[in-house]
Design a protein around this ligand. Structure first.
Ligand code: HEM
Length: 294
């Protein structure tokens, strides 16, 4: 029986940092993996930090072939959708996602992670996130209504026992900048048609349009995933850090294609009001697998 990384399911945290790293010397990837696997939370019963550690799927396969999930790939090619819409591919070698209840501990720990890995990897991307009005994203809508409960989430997010990579998960990390002026110029009723849900209560619209976000990502069609999205940014530039975990990469990649209009020809209307700036997939191994690396 494999155990998943606990941070995937650590809900209710309001301070987050996503650190994406690139290896300096591919030949030293084993030492780098060992150092990433050695990252741990401060030993305290209060004010702790959760970590989620992930690796570029191809790199993971080279270092730990016996525990590499079949067919999982990095975000190696941009997705060219209809009407000139493009999702960029910005794959990096590893992700360290820290979350906790206050930003000071996240900040201190993030600095020490970067310091500890500095001789082997460069910090390629850093994004800080924070919760907004309890459970809303920066469109003002409640985010996560169709998420599974924590009883069902492991089934949706984790590779099952008996396959390589069991207890691990495929993570899609994608930063979306909001086009705030265009979004806020829309009357709420139109925003609701874009999303497919009401803004105040997140009730699904009976007659949701085929271009609505929830129609284009319908989990009954593409399969179920577990989302941990968070708002990010400053007053000038902000948006949504999409953080999605799945037992199968295909569920996530098909949702992206669907949003880009490549499944039915209809593009997700939300993509007119938000622009993806990044896109990477990581394999997030079980803790047994991480322990073997140390
Ligand atoms: C700017 C980026 C995004 C924002 C602001 C956003 C926001 C939302 C909101 C407000 C909902 C409705 C409530 C809920 O069920 O959570 C939703 C649903 C959903 N979103 Fe997103 N989302 C974004 C990007 C994505 C991406 C990139 C994916 C997939 C790769 C995705 C997958 C889903 C799924 C699966 C649902 C539930 C659909 C269902 O009803 O079955 N979202 N999203």
């Amino acid at each position: 029986m494999h155990t998943s990384q606990a941070g995937i399911f650590a809900l209710g945290t309001s301070a987050h940092t996503y650190l994406e790293f690139d290896l300096v010397d591919e030949k030293k990837r084993k030492e780098f993996f060992a150092n990433v696997a050695a990252i741990h939370e401060p030993r305290t019963t209060t004010g702790g930090v959760n970590f989620v550690l992930g690796f570029r799927p191809e790199l993971w396969r080279e270092v730990v072939p016996e525990d590499a999930p079949q067919g999982v790939e990095g975000f190696n090619h941009e997705i060219r959708g209809v009407e000139g819409f493009v999702m960029p591919a910005t794959q990096h070698d590893a992700i360290v996602w820290l979350s906790g209840s206050a930003y000071d501990v996240i900040f201190d720990r993030a600095r020490s992670v970067v310091r500890d890995l500095a001789s082997q990897a460069v910090l390629a991307e850093e994004t800080c996130s924070w919760s907004y009005r309890h459970d809303r994203d920066l469109t003002g809508f409640i985010d996560g209504s169709e998420n599974p409960t924590l009883l069902d989430a492991p089934t949706d997010a984790l590779l099952p026992e008996g396959v390589p990579g069991a207890g691990g998960s495929v993570l899609l990390l994608q930063k979306w900048q909001h086009k705030v002026a265009e979004w806020e110029a829309l009357p709420v009723e139109q925003q609701e048609r874009v999303m497919g849900r009401t803004k105040s209560e997140s009730t699904e619209l009976q007659d949701k349009p085929p271009y609505s976000h929830v129609a284009r990502t319908d989990q009954d069609e593409f399969g179920h995933i577990f989302r941990r999205n968070m708002p990010y940014g400053s007053v000038r530039e902000h948006g949504t850090m999409f953080v999605g975990f799945s037992a199968e990469q295909k569920r996530l990649s098909r949702m992206l294609e669907s949003m880009a209009g490549l499944v039915t020809g209809t593009r997700d209307a939300l993509t007119h009001y938000t622009q993806p700036l990044s896109g990477s997939y990581y394999f997030v191994p079980s803790i047994e697998s991480l322990r073997h690396l140390r």
